[in-house]
Design a protein around this ligand. Structure first.
Ligand code: FES
Length: 94
């Protein structure tokens, strides 16, 4: 699973770095848990990305996050987790 977090200026102004930090930690945590419990889990990639213009150059859609290329506007932790639950098989880890 690919989680890309825009760190362009509009998204950064709207807390993208907090989202990036949170999901980097979350991915690391779940990865460790999977290893401890010997569960073969799909890799979770959390990556900062440059502005792809989904913010339209203003703050209305920021911060913007991409989950497996699906665009999530006005992203926050709850919205992102909701999307992750739709596409990621936790195999009983959460
Ligand atoms: S600054 Fe994030 S999509 Fe433009």
């Amino acid at each position: 699973m690919k989680i890309e977090i825009c760190v362009g200026s509009a998204c950064t102004m709207m807390s993208a770095m907090n989202i990036l930090d949170y999901f980097e930690d979350w991915a690391e945590e779940i990865g460790k848990k999977a290893i401890e419990e010997e569960i073969d889990l799909e890799e979770i990639e959390v990556t900062p990305v440059k502005c792809r213009r989904d913010c339209s150059g203003n703050y209305d859609a920021s911060p913007v996050v991409y989950i497996n290329d699906k665009v999530i506007e006005n992203a926050n932790k709850d919205k992102i987790m909701e999307e992750i639950f739709k596409v990621f098989d936790f195999k009983g880890l959460m």
